[in-house]
Design a protein around this ligand. Structure first.
Ligand SMILES: Nc1ncnc2c1ncn2[C@@H]1O[C@H](COP(=O)(O)OP(=O)(O)OP(=O)(O)O)[C@@H](O)[C@H]1O
Length: 479
């Protein structure tokens, strides 16, 4: 399980050296050399990076668990065809795809009325004859999984009792999630079976798999294809590489995926999906998907334009808490998210707010992903009005009804510099879909004032000072 390790490292520092608790926020990058706590932070640096990678898989799983709808996007899909002279097809309905009736029934049973933006272009390409390869990138929640599941289900011949579609996922949990979609969409195909090639799923040696679709993690799939020979890779017609960006962040997965790909027949259809498209993903994609069509859908830009930003000057944690109480006392806040730098602060703040009678949810890095999903779900349903959280676990969560975001601690990176991207992520979520949002930043030292100033400069947007002792002033900001 992934952990909020950066916060954990900081927590450890806090406990180990209370008097030096602000060391990680040192303005200058150079770290004092005579201090044990700082050396410890250095020791942790590598571990933190590793665990951050692991956190990508956890984040991805969390996104899947809490997502119930397609993500809205106004951006246009970018399509790069392998053969630019061939006509470009896009579909506005599932009927146009001439799917097998059982499959169309499965799609409608899932409540899909029409293809998503990425599906409009991706599906005709994936279902074309002869099969074409595809690399597709779009953010989580835009319909990629549903698209490749539909492609696998369309190509499979249920009468043939051997694996024909192979799908690689970065983790066991993500494989299970995709498996669920296959089962749902293939509901009206009773003869269709699915096998999970994941660690712990032990088969007897010499056995052959009769399931038509295999989904699994690269290490186990490689074993099943080569050493154990449970799967005959030469019979695979569709090869899907899901979550390529998460995949390559895990040691060994890239090589294993390439080795699997090499065992497949030349005419096997190769499909690769990724939520992001940094250079490393692109290089990997080109290695495993020959002659691809490419589809990209840009992430919806987050902006601070519709958000009123304020800061409150305090001297310490207790004053910050008092300021928060004053704000709550003066204005009605439907739902708020409050961000803290460490788990320890988050837990403390949640407890203090509860004592004040607020219905508080705490989202923290040591929770299992499923627990986090449950907390977010309750918050979404409005069962709690305040969500206190640290950074890592709240990234990428869309909580549309949140009207106020409070940075109890300003976001800083490992070197103590402003983390502008995180600031935008946190705050950008309030002012969605034309709504106006409110962001309040707590500042408690010269150092954090400096961070705030640098954030202001970066976005070229003024953050106004707010006096939380002046009730009239607070009331004004809510209007
Ligand atoms: N055409 C559609 N119409 C309505 N809902 C859809 C459609 N396609 C997918 N969905 C739903 O939208 C959500 C996101 O879809 P999907 O999981 O396929 O996206 P994704 O890009 O693969 O995201 P992730 O990588 O997080 O899984 C799911 O709840 C899915 O059931």
């Amino acid at each position: 399980m992934a952990t909020d390790s950066w916060a954990l490292a900081v927590d450890e520092q806090e406990a180990a050296a209370e008097s030096l608790s602000n060391l990680h926020l040192k303005e200058e990058k150079t770290k004092p050399d005579s201090n044990g706590a700082v050396v410890k932070a250095d020791d942790n640096a590598e571990k933190t990076e590793d665990e951050e990678k692991e956190d990508r898989a956890a984040q991805s799983l969390l996104n899947k668990l809490i997502r119930s709808n397609l993500v809205d996007t106004t951006n246009q899909v970018e399509v790069l065809q392998r053969d630019p002279t061939s006509p470009l097809y896009s579909v506005k309905s599932f009927e146009e795809l001439r799917l097998k009736p059982q499959l169309l029934q499965g799609v409608y049973a899932m409540g899909f009325n029409r293809p998503s933006k990425i599906q409009e272009n991706a599906l005709p390409m994936m279902l074309a004859e002869p099969p074409q390869n595809l690399i597709a990138q779009s953010q989580s929640g835009t319909g990629k999984t549903a698209a490749f599941v539909l492609a696998m289900l369309s190509r499979v011949e249920p009468g043939n009792k051997y694996p024909q579609c192979l799908c690689l996922s970065p983790t066991y949990e993500l494989a299970l999630q995709t498996g669920k979609v296959i089962e749902q969409m293939g509901k009206f195909y009773p003869e269709l079976k699915l096998a999970y090639a994941v660690r712990g799923n032990k088969l007897e040696r010499g056995q052959k798999i009769s399931e038509q679709i295999v989904i699994g993690t690269p290490g186990t799939v490689l074993d099943w294809c080569s050493k154990l020979k449970f799967i005959d890779p030469k019979k695979i017609k569709v090869f899907v590489l899901d979550e390529a960006d998460v995949m390559i962040a895990t040691q060994g997965h890239q090589d294993q995926s390439i080795r699997i790909q090499r065992m497949l027949p030349r005419d096997c259809q190769m499909l690769l999906f990724s939520a992001t498209f940094e250079d490393s993903v692109w290089k990997f994609a080109q290695k495993v998907v020959p002659d691809p069509n490419i589809i990209k859908l840009k992430r919806e830009e987050e902006t601070l334009d519709t958000i009123k930003q304020y800061y409150v000057m305090c001297n310490n944690r207790d004053e910050k808490f008092q300021a928060l109480c004053n704000i709550y006392g003066a204005i009605t806040i439907a739902q708020a998210m409050i961000f803290c730098h460490t788990r320890k602060t988050a837990a403390w703040l949640a407890a203090e707010l509860s004592k004040e009678g607020h219905q508080v949810a705490l989202l923290s890095g040591e929770m299992m992903v499923e627990q986090r999903a449950a907390v977010i779900e309750r918050f979404r349903e409005g069962k709690e009005k305040v969500l206190v959280t640290t950074n890592v676990c709240a990234r990428g969560i869309d909580v549309e009804q949140v009207s106020v975001v409070i940075n109890f601690d300003l976001p800083v990176d490992k070197d103590g510099n402003p983390d502008n991207e995180t600031y935008l992520h946190r705050i950008g979520r309030t002012g969605r879909f034309g709504k106006r949002g409110l962001a309040i930043n707590m500042v408690d030292s010269k150092h954090s004032m400096n961070i705030l100033n640098r954030i202001q400069e970066h976005f070229n947007k003024k953050i106004e000072k707010l006096d939380t002792d002046d009730l009239d002033e607070i009331e004004k900001i809510a209007n």
